[in-house]
Every structure is written in C-alpha cells, then in structure tokens.
Design a protein around this ligand. Sequence first.
Ligand code: C2E
Ligand code: MG
Ligand code: MG
Length: 761
Amino acid sequence: MLAVSYDITMRKRAESREHRLTKLYQALSEINQAIVRMGQESELFPLVCRCAVDFGGMRLAFVALLDEDSGLMVPTASYGSRLDYLNGIVISSRADVAEGGGACGTALRENRTVIVSNYLQDPMTLPWREHGKDCGWNSIAAFPIPRNGKPYAVLNVYHEELNAFDREAVSLLEEMSKDISFALDNFDRETSRKAGVELLRLAASVYEASSEAMSVTDADGIILTVNPAFSKVTGYAPEEVIGRSSVILSSGHHDPAFYQAMWEEIYAEGYWQGEIWDKRKNGELYPAWLTINTIFNEDGSVYRRISLFSDVTELKKTEELIWHQANYDSLTGLPNRQMFHDRLEQEIKKSHRANLPMALLFLDLDHFKEVNDTLGHDSGDALLKEAAQRLTSCVRESDTVSRLGGDEFTIILGELDDASNIDRVTQDILKKIAAPFQLTNETAYVTVSIGITLYPEDATTVDALLKNADQAMYAAKNKGRNGYHYFTQSMQQAAQSKLLLLKDLRKALAKKQFRVYYQPIVDLHTNEIHKAEALIRWEHPERGLIGPVDFISLAEETGLIIDIGEWVFQQAIEQVGVWRKTHHAGFQISVNKSPVQFHSKTDKRPSWTMHLDTLALPGQSIVVEITEGLLLSTGSIVTNRLQEFHEAGIQVSLDDFGTGYSSLSYLNKFDIDYLKIDQSFVRNLAPGSSNMALCEAIIVMAHKLGMKVIAEGVETIQQRDLLVMAGCDYGQGFLYSQPVPAEKFEALLNQQKPTAQPLLA
Ligand code: C2E
Ligand code: MG
Ligand code: MG
C-alpha cells in the first residue's frame, strides 16, 4: 500500500513536473515565435511576463528596467496575480543599499541567475518580506537581460511553492531571458543598420548634389570616383579621369617645395587644407580651396583619400577688389595714403639693409584749385589722372608714386646709389608737369612744388619723413612755386619758430602790437601824391618790427586775418578822413584784402561801406587791393562783394599782376579800376628787354579796358622813366619812399615837390 501510494505520489510528481516543463517549453517557443514576428521592442516585455505566467506556471512575472540616473530598478511590464505587490516597491541596483541586495539587484549587477528557494527565510528578501508574505510568495527567481553586453533589465518570477525552480525550469527561464537579450541586441543592430543605410543614402545624395567638387582616390592617388561638381570645375567627365592619377589636375604653378610640404603633411596627419592652383581640362589655371582627408584601414594603412575643392576664382577677385579699393586711389589708380605708408615702411627697411639712402618727395600742384574752380571738377579729375601718369613716367618701376588726396602726391625713390638721381628726377617732373594739359575742351597749365627729404640723413621714421617732406614742399611754394626744396635742419627750426610766432600772433591785436605804414603811390605825370597803400607791420616785443610777409600767410591759415584785416581797414579810413581834410580832398588809401576775408562766411560785421558812411566818407576814399587768384573763385560771394564795392564807389586794384593765373578774360568780367604791375617785372626793366615789352603790353591792354596802371617796386630813375615812356599812370616804390608810419608820411606830403629825387629814404 505504502509502496503503491509512494508510487502514485512519485508518478503524480513526475507528471506535474513534466506538465510544468511542457508549459515552460511552450512559453519559450511562444516567445521565440513572437520575437521573430515582433516589430516593436515595447511589445517584448509584456509578452515575456504573460508567457512566464500562462505557460511557465508562475504566479507573477515582471520585468524591471535599470534607470541609469537613479540606479533604481523600475518595473515596466508585469503579469499574473497579486500585481498589487509591485505598488510602491523599491528595488535598487546598488550594492551598498538594502534594496539593492535582493534577487533582482544582484542578478543585474552580477549578470547571473539568482534563485531564492525559501522566500521567508532568505536574508535577500528582507526589505520586501512583510509584503511578500501577504502575497504568499515562497520562492522567487531573477534572470538578467543584458543589452549589448551591458546590464539592462531583469525578469523576476514569483511562486507560491517552496523550491519551485528545478534545474530544467531554471535553464528554460534562462534560455528565455537570453532570447530576449538577443532580440534586444537585434533591435539595436537593425536600428543602426537602418540609420547606416540612411546615412549612406544621404552621403550619396550630398556627393551627387554638392557644389563642392569631390574625388576619391586609392592609396596610390588613382582616381576611383568623382562627383558632378568635379566635372563642372575641372572640365573632365568621370570616364576621362577614373583610373588615372590625380596628378593630371596639377597646374605646375607651384614649385616642387610646395607639393613636397603638402604631401609631407598628408603623410603625417592624413589631412591637408589650403589654397592651390590647379589646371582645368582646357589648360586654364584656377585657384582652388582644397581639403584632403584620408580613410585608413584597420591596420593603419591608407584605404582612400578624399579631396574636396571649390573654385575660388570669383572669391579671390572680390577679395582683390576689396583689397585694391582699400589700398589704391580710385581716380588715378596710384597707391593711396594707406598703401603709401606701408611702402614707405618697407622702403625704409630695404634702404637700411642695403645701406643706401632713400628719398621721399612730397608734391603739391600749384594753382590746381583754380583749374578745378574754373574748368570744373571733371576737368580737374582728368588733369589729376594725366598728372599721375606723367609722374609715374619720371621714375623707375621700383619707385612708388602715390596720391595722398586732392592734388597731393608722394614719390619714394628707394635705394639710391647716386643722390644726383634725385635732382634729375625732380627736374624731369617739373618739366613734364609744366607742359600743357590737353583737357576735353580746354588747355590747362599747372606747375608743381616739390619738397624732398632723405633717409636716413633727415629722419628715420615714416611720420618724421612725411612731415619733413611736407615742410620742404611749403618752402618750395614760398620760394615762388614751380620748384623744389630740400628739407634742412633750419627748416625744422623755422617750423618750430612758426608755431611760437603763431602763439604771439593770436595776442598781437589785443596787445596793440600792429602798426599801419603808408607808402605813397605817385602820379607819374604830375609827381603828386594823392594815393597811399596801407601796409601792416607787427611790432613784436622781442623780435622787433616784423613785416607782413612773415605773418600774413600764418594769419590767413588760422583765420586771424579777418580781425586783423578789419583793424587795418579801420585805421586806414580814419587816416584817409584826416588826409582828405589836411592834404587833398580826393585822397585815397589802398587796403589789401585777403581772399580769406572774402570767403569768410562767419564775417557778420557791418560792411566796409557802412563803416565809411559812419565817418561820412565817400567810397572813393578807399581802394581795395585784391589778387588774381580771387577772381578765379566760382560762386557768388566774391562777385557780390566786388559789385557792392563798385556800387558804393570803392575802387578795386588788381595787385601783383602777372604773377598769378593772369587770365585776361577775367579782367573784363569784373570791374577793376587799377592794375598793379608786379615788382618782378619792374625790377629788370631795361630798354628793349622782354620785361619792357610785357609792361608796355600790359599798360596798353589795361588802358584799352579802361583801367589805370600802377607800377610796383620802382626803385630807380631809369625804371621810372621807362614806365613814364610806356604810358604808366602811377608808380610806387623805394624811389619815392619806403612804407612809413603816418607822421612820417605827413612830413613827406608836406615837403612834396615835383622832383625826381627820392622824397624820403
Ligand atoms: P603788396 O600789396 O604787393 O605790397 C607791396 C610790397 O612791396 C610791400 O611789402 C612794400 O613794402 C614792397 N615795396 C614797395 N616798394 C618797393 C620797392 O621799391 N622795392 C621792393 N623790393 N619792395 C617794395 P610789404 O609791406 O612787406 O608787404 C608785403 C605784402 O604783404 C603786400 O604786398 C601785401 O600783399 C601783404 N600785406 C601788407 N599789408 C597787408 C594787410 O594789411 N592785409 C593783407 N591782407 N595783406 C597785407
Ligand atoms: Mg598791395
Ligand atoms: Mg603787390
């Protein structure tokens, strides 16, 4: 009986075991089929749990996923009875906390199956035991499900029986977990394969559509494939280059050292990038921006080299254009100020190295403003262009001619082995610039004033050299223009003392340091003096009496001339009022008026006619002396003021006639009463001389135009006699008197007699 019942029990057990195993096998096969059919990863875990319960005979199954951030194991899928067991359950993956010491955490960490055969006794279950007891658990098992070799999830199964897991069950559940793990890996592989395919497709379309030329060569530089942009840039169809060496693109533009350096870098780094000149199929060279990359085999040998390049011809053109605009003068095409500075710096270095001097010339066209004002800006521009060409033709290729702006030019004569070259070049320039400029409708004449400074003799820096040359140029202007002047140490001192003088000049008027001297203008027919010219003097407390030549231009540059000129005028009208009473009712005083005074827009003071009115003097008391340059000014200011004088009866004298622009047509356009022949013509007056002829011509012409003529600088009787013979109306000069203070002038008037002797020395 016992044996029978034992036998029955054994058989029953064997049957139930077989039943369970059958179910587990069923579960496994179910899962495997599902895996094969499965489209989505998310369906996998619920299925596993269901199979473990429905076919594996488990009461509860759940999959816990590792949350990398918190280290917690989070149940994601579950199936079976007592699902409430999972509510609020805390499972950790960490070994240092109690919740990490259970079957699930251990299985994950150690990547092994963990079996708990007696749930209520095993220390592993401690944190959850109370709750588990409620649910009736007696054995549990945990199976790791790694993903791509890393801890990922754990399948947990729960059973009501003690020792529920025998070897077969365990190995089947292990098998199941492994299959899931394999399935997950497969998912990942598939995803990345798909991504890879997509990437390849993308790469291929980029390759095809890119505007950047691409070619792939093997390790020996044999072209394997090219893209359409390659053909567009190089002119080669794919079949013409595939299988050939990439050397066919080389232009030969670079020297061997260039290619050697490039290849050394490619061999060392696998990479090169830079600008390179290549050759198209039609032989044309072009600049390309090229990048070469290398793909290596696993053993480090070269698999492929990929070249990417684009034709940068247009880009370079724009870059060059921008560079050109920044460095060259757009009108003349000469280097501009910026470029000039760079060149001068370079030339200084070169000269220093070669131990040879260098010259810097500063050029300023004389009377260019007048051409611009009278003939218009287009003509002015044409003249500047032509002048630039003439200047360039005077120097060597290696010398630099620049335009600093306006009518200012510079020339660098570098590395001079013979200083006499400077004179030769300068003479050549003066001659070439003085030649007539044939403009569209007109012929224009200009000259040039040149300042010269030497490196290293005068200065060694860019700024100092430029300042020197500029000063020297002014010296050339002061010498009478159309000439040149070397910079000297004394010029530098002069420039400094000019600054000091200016400081004093600003205070001179307030300190009452100016005086007005008068010089008689003698009627050559009667020898009578009914006219005088007012000439300013500056009584400087330390320097003594300073003549106007030394400060008028300074006063003009600074605008001080406006106040000074006004003061002279005031003195002159007060004086003329006196002499009209004491000496002659028709007495006249000439006052010099600077062009700056005419052009001043800020001059809001009452006009000269109003001043005369206040003193009850007629306009005829005053003659305004102007210079030829003033008449060339365009605009209405000058014309209006001259007109105003004319209407008020104030006469106008054209001073220094013959030294300026001397355009005869202008004499007729304005109401001029007197022409003053410049003293340079009178100085060399001799019978039959060309100056004699000129004076005669001027006098005849002036008379024809209704003007009287005053000869300036009459120093000798011979000069006076020749002028009288030529029909000149008035004479002014040391022969009669120097300019003198008013009291002395009165003495002169009082002793006035018709005589050929000097009236006052
Ligand atoms: P300018 O108007 O042509 O005046 C004639 C200059 O010739 C005066 O020089 C006079 O002293 C000088 N001179 C007269 N007779 C002879 C002679 O026989 N031989 C020589 N060698 N020279 C003679 P100054 O006084 O030195 O004046 C020079 C210039 O300064 C004037 O030339 C005039 O342009 C300017 N200036 C003088 N006073 C004034 C003024 O109040 N205002 C303005 N804006 N300029 C003035
Ligand atoms: Mg004068
Ligand atoms: Mg004069």
